[in-house]
Design a protein around this ligand. Structure first.
Ligand code: PRP
Length: 177
């Protein structure tokens, strides 16, 4: 595995693939007959979404939202704003929100409430990484890839100041530059 200065390897592509396959199995068991609408949260989840949907072999639709938190880059704050809403009708649909990482939980809480107001039949949440240490609000994650306590993670869609999203593995940033 290629070493990258300033980063320490956390999950290899094989680790990630294993987690995606397991999540795919769990989601398929529950949603095979329900034609769910998967909602990816941009930008971080774009690679995870692309890999996940290609392992699901039943009818579904996919859409995206984009949320951003106010505050400093790299730091979640209490304010979240919506930069892009869903485009598909949500009313009466079974929704699965697809997140790359849940940290404070504020982004997800905002999105959950925002989507719930559009009267879907149900909402469940799939997160590749559940990072616990800084959780500020209670969010129920229904499908979880990995759980960690802390660490600033990059790669596989996750960025630090827009860098590293393209990496195939997930790394811990050793120190913020
Ligand atoms: C990241 C990540 C989640 C959110 C989680 O997105 O993709 O959406 O932060 O943090 P929280 O649980 O503390 O709210 P970010 O706002 O960095 O935007 P990006 O997806 O475009 O990188």
């Amino acid at each position: 595995m290629k070493k990258i200065k300033g980063l320490s390897l956390l999950y290899t592509p094989d680790d990630i693939d294993g987690a995606v396959q397991r999540l795919s199995y769990e989601i398929s068991e529950e949603y095979r007959e329900r034609k769910p609408l998967l909602i990816g949260v941009l930008k971080g989840s774009f690679i995870f979404c692309a890999d996940l949907v290609r392992t699901l072999d039943f009818p579904m639709e996919i859409d995206f939202v984009r949320a951003a938190s106010y505050g400093m880059v790299g730091v979640s704050s209490s304010g979240v704003r919506l930069l892009k809403d869903v485009e598909q009708p949500v009313d009466g649909r079974d929704l699965i929100i697809i997140e790359d990482i849940v940290d404070t939980g504020l982004t997800l809480k905002y999105l959950y409430d925002h989507l719930m107001a559009k009267r879907p039949a149900s909402i469940k949440i799939c997160a590749l990484i559940d990072k616990r240490e800084r959780r500020a609000v209670d969010v129920k994650l229904d499908f979880i890839g990995f759980t960690i306590e802390k660490g600033f993670l990059v790669g596989y869609g996750l960025d630090y100041k827009e860098m590293y999203r393209y990496l195939r593995s997930i790394y811990i940033l050793k120190e913020e530059l």
